[in-house]
Design a protein around this ligand. Structure first.
Ligand code: ADP
Length: 378
């Protein structure tokens, strides 16, 4: 009988695990939030992942349970583990991807390089931090943020009053995270795969380009990186994967500063947008690797299979949903570009697919990927 992996969450990350699962002869089952989601092809259940009574029966039937996102509550995870379900990444690692304040505190204990930060409970504590950091700071909601939602640059302690009020209303209280506004030259991401039995492999560090808080494109490997950057980023990735006991894929989002330091922004413990290029540009894609890692199977080679890969997200597109016609047009105009669509209705700014081009010349590769992606938005 084939191995069975259960994935909580029916988004595009779950969808993109389906193809390598088929190739490896692994059965993937998805617990989707709603019918008709990106990963509907493998959805065997639809239900609320906040509810242990929904997740547990789904999880009992699989060899290992993993995730398309980080939002399954710790209480539900604890119920699964207590029932003997094999969960990867496990709750003790996942908590650091769920809560940015916990993450900052743990990374500090591990002596990892990161921006100055503090937990603040009110406007006056926030003002003190701002005053101590050149009159500006970045405030973040510790939980539930994504794609830049829950991140705000502020110059006054009162600019996060709505978030403090929301925390108070929530009843659970808690603090906001404040960080120094890092003067970065660019953003990078380091991916690492780690098996429960300890085997670990790093991918080449990549450059990520964000627009309006959303990843727009990824250049792999990071141009102008050099050996030092490759080593420093890989060391950070390995130290975090081991220090936090991460299993499966880990993505470490990084800032490269004007004085050439590398600082940790945040963590994701699942396949990540910064690794989509690996589907077409690496020996083993992050989606295959995640399956191998959570099943504790030998990891695949993480080397790039071409000198350069560029991945461009398709963000939004026309409301009339003309993706099919555009798909054909992009294929016709750019036969060398690999187009991936997520089966999602296009809305302005929504990630509905991506394009990857690979080759020997970075400028040409970037042109191909950008031009093919732009056909969808035209
Ligand atoms: P999300 O969880 O929504 O992805 P992030 O914490 O990654 O949020 O922040 C989103 C973007 O905001 C980052 O990619 C970066 O461009 C910017 N950012 C976040 N933290 C800082 C910081 N301390 N200094 C400067 N820019 C920041």
């Amino acid at each position: 009988m084939s191995l069975r992996v259960g994935i909580v969450g029916g988004g595009q990350l779950a969808r993109m695990m389906i193809a390598p699962a088929v190739e490896l002869g692994i059965e993937v089952r998805v617990l989707a939030e709603q019918p008709g989601m990106s990963a509907a092809l493998a959805a065997t259940a639809v239900g609320d992942y906040h509810d242990a009574a929904t997740v547990l029966p789904f999880a009992r039937d699989v060899d290992v349970l993993t995730f398309d996102h980080e939002h399954v509550p710790q209480e539900v995870l604890a119920t699964l583990v207590a029932a003997g379900v094999s969960v990867h990444p496990g709750p003790d690692a996942l908590r650091y991807a769920q809560d940015k304040l916990l993450m900052r505190a743990r990374l500090e204990e591990l002596g990892m390089p990161q921006p100055d930060w503090a937990a603040v409970d009110d406007a006056s504590a926030l003002q003190d931090f701002i005053d101590g950091h050149g009159g500006r700071a970045v405030v973040k909601t510790p939980r539930g943020g994504y794609d830049g939602k829950g991140v705000r640059v502020v110059r006054a302690g009162t600019e996060a009053d709505d978030w403090f009020a929301a925390l108070a209303e929530d009843g659970r209280g808690g603090s906001l995270l404040v960080e120094e506004l890092v003067d970065f030259t660019r953003e990078l991401a380091q991916q690492v795969a780690r098996r429960p039995s300890g085997e670990i492999r790093t991918y080449p560090v990549v450059e990520t380009v964000q627009r309006d808080g959303v990843c727009a494109e990824v250049l792999a490997p990071a141009p102008r990186g050099g050996e030092r950057l490759t080593e420093v980023a890989a060391e950070i990735g390995v130290a975090i994967a081991e220090g936090l006991g991460v299993t499966g894929m880990l993505a470490v989002e990084l800032f490269e500063t004007t004085d050439e330091r590398v600082l940790i922004n945040e963590l994701a413990m699942r396949p990540h947008n910064s690794g989509h290029w690996t589907q077409d540009g690496a020996v083993t894609s992050q989606f295959e690797q995640h399956l191998r890692a959570v099943l504790d199977l030998p990891l695949g080679d993480t080397s790039a299979s071409a000198p350069w890969s560029v991945m461009v997200n398709i963000l939004g597109g026309p409301e009339d949903g003309g993706l099919d016609d555009r798909f054909a047009a992009a294929m016709a105009a750019h036969p060398g570009a690999k187009i991936h669509t997520y089966g999602k209705a296009p809305r302005p700014g929504r990630k509905v697919g991506h394009v990857t081009a690979v080759g020997d010349d970075l400028d040409d590769v970037a042109y191909q990927a950008r031009a093919a992606a732009s056909v969808f938005l035209g």
